[in-house]
Each structure stands twice: as C-alpha cells, then as structure tokens.
Write a protein that binds this ligand. Structure first.
Ligand code: FAD
Length: 477
C-alpha cells in the first residue's frame, strides 16, 4: 500500500495525493451523503500523461480506480465502495478550455471543466453548449459524458452523446486512446466513442473531448402554464413545435405538490401563476434565426407573439387554465428557479426511493396513474415527489413512505423498485433515463436488462478491463 502511495506522489506530487481521512471525506461521500466509501487515497492529476501513469500503476498492481468529476452523480457511481484499496482519481485539476472554434462551432476541453464555465466561455462567441441542469455549477464535462447526461434541453439538442464529436480516453492499462476528431462524419470501424459515453468510468478515463456547440438563441419566449391535463400538455407541445419549426427548447412538468413544496421553501417569492393546478408546465422557445427574433407589431420578438397565439388558442379550447409569460430575464430566471429547485424540494421531506424513468410521451399519464394505484397497497400513507422533462418522457419520481425520516426498510425499497420498474417495462420504458446505473440501479440491471445485452456488456468490459480495476462494482450486476 505504501508503495502505491509513494508512486502516486511521484506521479502527481505530494500536494495532489490526499490520504488523510478528513482530506478524503468529500471525495468518498456521494451527493446525498448516504453512500460513504473509504478510499486508500485521492489523486488529482494535472494532465493526460499523469492519468496514463496512474492507470499503468493501477494495472500493474491491480489497484481499483474510481474516476470522479464534480461528484454530483445521482446513482452512486463516482464514490468508492467499502473496498479500502480503491483510489479516487479526481479530474478537477484538468480544467482547461483548450480551444473554442466559432467557425466550426466546436470546443476542445479537458475533462475537469465545470459545465457552467464552458457555458460562460462559449457565450462570449454567441454560442451555447446546450446541456442544462441544476448541477451545472459543479458537475464536469467528463462526468457529463460518462453519464451521458440529459437535462432540460434534450428535446431540441439531444443528450450529451449528441454533443460529443471526439474523445481522448486513458484505457485501464494506461494506454491513451486518441479519438479526438472534430468530424461530423467518420465511419472507421466500431463506434468506440459511443461505447465510452455513458460507461460511467467502467471502461477508461475520459481526459479530453471535442464538443459540438450551437448558435445561442437571439430571442427567447418563456412561459409558466397551468394546463388542464397531461394529454392537453402534449397537444400543446405539438402545436408549439409545429408553429415554431421545432424551436421548443424545454417542456418541463411540475405537479401541484412541487409548486407547493417550492413555495414552502421560498415563502418570500411569489409564484408567477395565480392558480397552479395539477399540471404546471415550464416551456421555453428559442429563436436561433433573426426571422423569429425580429419585432412584431407590438415591438416584441415574433417568437413571443407566436407563443402567445398558441396559448390563446389553448385558453379558448380549455387546454390552458392559467399562464404567465416572462417579460424579462429576471422573470425568466424566477420561472427556472422553480424548476431547478427540484432537488431541494424533493429532499426537503426526508429520504425518498428515487426513480429516473422514461416512457413513451403518450404513456406518462398512464405511468403516473398506475404507479400511484399499484403502490397504494405496498406503501400505506405514501407521499410522492415528481418533476418531469415531459418533452422527452423522462420522469423523476420519488416515493416517500410514512416515517421515512427514520430510514427506509431495504425490503420495502426493493418491493417499490420492483413495482415501479415492472410498470415501466410494461409501458416499453427505461428504468434509467439519464442518471445512469452506478451502484443504486445495479439490482434493476439484473432484473430488467435483456440478458443477452448484459452478456455483451460483460464481454466488452472483460476485453478492455480484464482485471476489473476501472470503477469496480458499478453498472454491471
Ligand atoms: C441538483 C442536481 C440536478 C441534476 N440534474 C440532472 C439532470 O437534469 N440530468 C442529468 O442527466 N443529470 C442530472 N444530475 C446528475 C449529475 O449532475 C449528472 O449525472 C452529471 O453529469 C454528473 O457529472 P459529475 O462531473 O458530477 O460526475 P460525477 O458524479 O463525478 O461522476 C459520475 C460518473 O461518471 C464517472 N466519471 C466522472 N468523470 C469521469 C471521467 N473523466 N472519465 C470517466 N468516468 C468519469 C464517475 O466514475 C461516475 O461513475 C443532477 C444532479 C444534481 C445534484
């Protein structure tokens, strides 16, 4: 063990190898504070060469390595398990934005770049990296890629996979695999880049990436709506897409108890809707061409007029019950604050059994109805927290049993997971839409994933990481 620590210090320098309990604590503990591992050390390399040297050492000594970015992952993938021989490899020091190319609309970055820092840097070129969610102030690009993160704008821009053109990856034996192209077309054999994306650090360590950027919207229209029902919300989404030529960037669903929970946590803020109902929708349209951004007769951007026309139609036919349109950036921020407080709202009432599922868009209502019915007998007195990226069918569903603050019995948790995941499977959905598998969804992988697909995954893992040193105990059941 001493040899490994000495060798790590020789590679990255004394300052960047943390072995004391207090120094390691934040790295050994997940974002919820309930998965607490115990690593041998945390190493914080400065560049790809150091990452390669560390993995070569790990390969030669059979030392397990847990890659870590911002440690905001919600599936327990970024922290060590109880095995005290593991080292955490933090990418935090590899935080350079190497290049932003406005001509090709690409950025070349190191894996430890914080998502918000990339947003700020590309904004100076009137560009966006359209991956948006509440943890953007601390999550890192390598973690985003490793989890194939989603968020609020998937509807328009796809998830992280759709935004990555090239990768540099250090393989478990320390070799550097160079897939750093900035090409839109490259049919040269197996899609290794796509294999690494979403692998949650089990196949290698991402050190650099080439990312695709998009033009920043020149005008936006943002509205918070109370809608008659989920099917009415879907109709509205279709109409907004048709009217705007696919410019809907976000279409987020928050039920009444989310709005109430938000109000409880923020008593000094006034909710924009006078009458939040059962189905509240935050929608945002982005005009990336001057055609939709130029002023209409009333001086406001056409995209706002267009949104208003669709909403007027919705009021007339009874689909929309109440609406507020953001008049300026601070109102827009206030609308988004309600949605992006989902984590605080969901955790304010103690621990929950959390799900991150997706179903076909027209099955969201069935999922919510059926889940409530089937769980009623399993979890007497159940409360739930729900928010949904409705535009892509992704539902964050939390089940809070009675007396949850005293802990949730493992048997109850397993039963609830089975009920919800069986329902998801019946509806042709997925038990993990965007947060990944980590440790928390491994039992679900065993229960729900196609066994032949699992065999293929195990074969890939064995081929690239025969010693099982890359993030062991994660993803594969
Ligand atoms: C408030 C809040 C809101 C969130 N909202 C969303 C959301 O809307 N959509 C969504 O998809 N997620 C969301 N998340 C989850 C989380 O932020 C994302 O999964 C994010 O992409 C993780 O990035 P990270 O840098 O924190 O990764 P980490 O948590 O550090 O790591 C995540 C996984 O990736 C691996 N990993 C990290 N870096 C590397 C690397 N360089 N090479 C190889 N493997 C690596 C880790 O081992 C781990 O398995 C949210 C989390 C919070 C706390």
């Amino acid at each position: 063990m001493t040899d490994i620590l000495t060798n790590l210090r020789n590679i990255s320098g004394d300052t960047y190898v943390l072995s004391g309990n207090d120094d390691r604590k934040a790295f050994d503990t997940d974002v919820f504070g309930d998965k607490i591992g115990s690593s041998l050390a945390v190493v914080r390399p400065a560049n790809t060469d150091e990452v390669a040297a560390i993995l070569k050492l790990a390969h030669e000594t059979g030392t397990p390595v847990v890659p870590q970015g911002g440690n905001t992952g919600l599936a327990g993938g970024a922290t060590p398990t109880a095995d005290t021989t593991q080292i955490v490899l933090s990418l935090a020091r590899m935080n350079a934005i190497e290049n932003i190319n406005p001509e090709t609309r690409t950025a070349t970055v190191q894996a430890g770049v914080i998502l918000q820092n990339l947003h700020d840097a590309v904004a100076k070129h009137d560009l966006i990296f359209p991956l948006i969610f509440g943890a953007r102030g601390s999550c890192m690009i390598g973690g985003n890629i490793s989890t194939n993160a989603g968020g609020s704008n998937v509807l328009r821009y796809g998830n992280t996979r759709a935004l990555v053109l090239g990768l540099e990856v250090v393989l478990p034996d320390g070799r550097v695999m160079n897939l750093m192209n900035a090409l839109y077309k490259n049919n040269t054999g197996y899609a290794l880049k796509d294999l690494i994306i979403g692998a949650e650090g089990t196949l290698g360590i991402i050190t650099r990436a080439v990312l695709q950027l998009h033009p920043a919207p020149v005008a936006r229209a943002t509205a918070l709506l109370s809608v008659a029902s989920l099917p009415a919300a879907l109709t509205l989404l279709r109409k907004l897409q048709d009217a705007s030529g696919g410019a809907v960037e976000a279409f987020e669903f928050m039920p009444e108890n989310h709005m109430q929970g938000y109000q409880n946590l923020n008593p000094d803020r006034t909710l924009p809707l006078e009458t939040p109902g059962a189905v509240n929708i935050l929608t945002e349209l982005g005009a990336t061409s001057q055609l939709l951004a130029r002023p209409g007769d009333d001086g406001r951007p056409l995209i706002e007029n267009l949104l208003e026309d669709v909403l007027t139609d919705g009021f007339e036919n009874g689909d929309i019950l109440d609406a507020a349109i953001a008049q300026n950036d601070s109102q827009r921020d206030a609308f988004w604050h309600i949605r992006e407080s989902a984590y605080e709202v969901a955790t304010s009432d103690g621990p929950a059994i959390d799900f991150d599922v997706s179903v076909p868009l027209d099955q969201v209502e069935t999922f919510l109805d059926q889940a409530a019915k089937r769980l009623a007998s399993v979890v007497p007195g159940m409360r739930k927290t729900i928010v949904s990226h409705l535009g892509d069918g992704n539902i964050h569903y939390g089940v809070l049993p009675e007396n949850n603050r005293n802990g949730i019995a493992p048997a109850l948790k397993t039963k609830v997971m089975e009920v919800v995941e069986d329902l998801v499977t019946e509806l042709n959905g997925s038990f993990s839409a965007e947060h990944g598998i980590g440790t928390s969804k491994r039992p679900s992988m065993a229960r729900q994933k196609d066994p032949v697909a699992l065999d293929a995954m195990r074969a890939v893992k064995a081929a690239l990481d025969p010693q099982n040193i890359m993030n062991p105990g994660k993803v594969l059941p």
